[in-house]
Structure formats: structure tokens, C-alpha cells
Design a protein around this ligand. Structure first.
Ligand code: HEC
Ligand code: HEC
Length: 147
């Protein structure tokens, strides 16, 4: 994979010994690219903000059982970079809150859509109704007729 040989070649990552602990722009951008490659083959790439960090962690830790599917193996570095990007871009739930498996049950989905009437349930298939740029993780641009 092109991206990967490039990242191994950069100083910042090799210096970290494969543990990506830094939210530097280079690593975050790589994580985002890898997220797009790894997580948009079967459905749109989902905006990290709509789920709590805990949900993303569960998903990355359960590649063998992904909503009834099995995700292809990735190497450790790719996983670390994706995880780094997802945890930077999402916020954790409070202790004791139930970690949602589906977007529709996430309170962050609601928080990001104040006063907007969302489809019930809101799934990954609903996002493009209002967000035409989902393929590029652009959730700022809105369809003209989203209402
Ligand atoms: C092999 C196909 C496939 C790949 C690759 C894949 N997914 Fe999924 N994903 C699914 C299926 C199937 C569902 C269940 C929802 C459905 O059936 O529409 C799902 C559901 C989800 C949901 C819940 C969506 C909702 O509407 O609530 C999230 C979040 C998610 N995937 C994240 C990821 C992440 C993160 C990756 C990359 C690590 C990934 N997916 C890669 C097949 C895939
Ligand atoms: C019915 C239309 C509609 C649907 C469906 C919808 N959104 Fe939105 N979304 C909006 C609107 C409108 C805003 C802007 C809200 C504001 O700024 O008050 C928004 C804002 C966002 C933002 C914040 C963007 C930013 O950076 O400022 C994210 C992230 C987001 N939506 C993700 C999603 C995801 C993921 C889905 C699918 C699970 C989804 N939305 C479904 C209408 C929708």
C-alpha cells in the first residue's frame, strides 16, 4: 500500500515505534485517508463525530464481527492511525452511559442536529439525503433541498 510505505518512511512515526500517540496534523491526515480506504467499501464513510469514542473503539476491536460481517485484516500501523484519527475526532461518553452500536442511538447525532427532524431510524443510508459530500467525509456542505 502506497500510503503505508510513505508513513513508515517519515521520521515522526518511526520515532514513535508504531504507537501513534500524537495528534499531529500529518498523522491525523493519514489516519483520515486510511479510514476512507478501510471503512468506505461497503457503506459511506461515517462522520466520526456522530458516535462516541467508545463506539469506534469497539468497532476497531471487533473486525471479526462487524454487524454480522467480517472485515478484512489490516496491519497494526494502519489500525493505530485510524484509531488515532477517530478518537481525535470524537468525544467519549460519560462513565456509565451505554455505548451505542448504531448511529441512531447516539446522543451526539442528536446534538449535531439541533431542531432538525431526522429520519427514524437515522442510519448510514440517511446521511446523503442532506449531506451530498459524504464520500469525501464532507459533512459541512448541505443539499439545497435538505428540508
Ligand atoms: C465488508 C463490508 C464493510 C466494511 C468494509 C465496513 N463496514 Fe461498517 N457496516 C457494514 C454492515 C453490513 C453494517 C450494518 C448496517 C447495514 O447493514 O446497513 C455496518 C455498519 C456500520 C456502522 C453502524 C451504521 C449505522 O447506520 O448505525 C458503523 C459505525 C460502521 N459500520 C463503521 C465501520 C468502520 C469504522 C469500518 C472500517 C473499520 C467499516 N464500518 C467497514 C459493513 C462494512
Ligand atoms: C434531514 C437532513 C439531515 C440528515 C438526514 C443528516 N444530517 Fe447531518 N446535518 C444536517 C444539517 C442541516 C446540519 C447543520 C446543523 C447546524 O449547523 O445547525 C448537519 C450537521 C452535521 C454535522 C456537523 C458538520 C460540521 O462540521 O459542522 C455532522 C458531522 C453531520 N451532520 C453528520 C451526519 C451524519 C453522519 C448523518 C447520517 C447518519 C447525518 N448527518 C444525517 C442535516 C442532516
Amino acid at each position: 500500500m502506497g500510503l503505508l510505505s510513505w508513513v513508515i518512511g517519515t521520521k515522526s512515526v518511526s520515532a514513535l515505534g508504531y504507537t501513534i500517540a500524537q495528534f499531529n496534523p500529518e498523522n491525523l491526515n493519514l489516519g483520515k485517508q486510511l479510514y476512507l480506504e478501510d471503512c468506505s467499501g461497503c457503506h459511506i464513510p461515517i462522520a466520526p463525530q456522530v458516535l462516541p469514542t467508545n463506539s469506534w473503539q469497539n468497532i476497531l476491536n471487533n473486525r471479526r464481527n462487524h454487524y454480522g460481517e467480517s472485515l478484512p485484516k489490516t496491519n497494526n500501523l494502519t489500525n493505530q492511525l485510524i484509531w488515532n484519527y477517530l478518537r481525535f475526532s470524537s468525544r467519549p461518553y460519560l462513565q456509565g452511559e451505554k455505548t451505542p452500536e448504531y448511529i441512531t442511538n447516539s446522543r451526539y447525532l442528536k446534538a449535531l442536529h439541533p431542531q432538525i427532524s431526522l429520519p427514524k431510524p437515522t442510519t448510514h443510508q440517511s446521511c446523503a439525503l442532506c449531506h451530498p459530500g459524504t464520500a469525501k467525509l464532507d459533512y459541512r456542505t448541505l443539499s439545497e433541498d435538505w428540508q
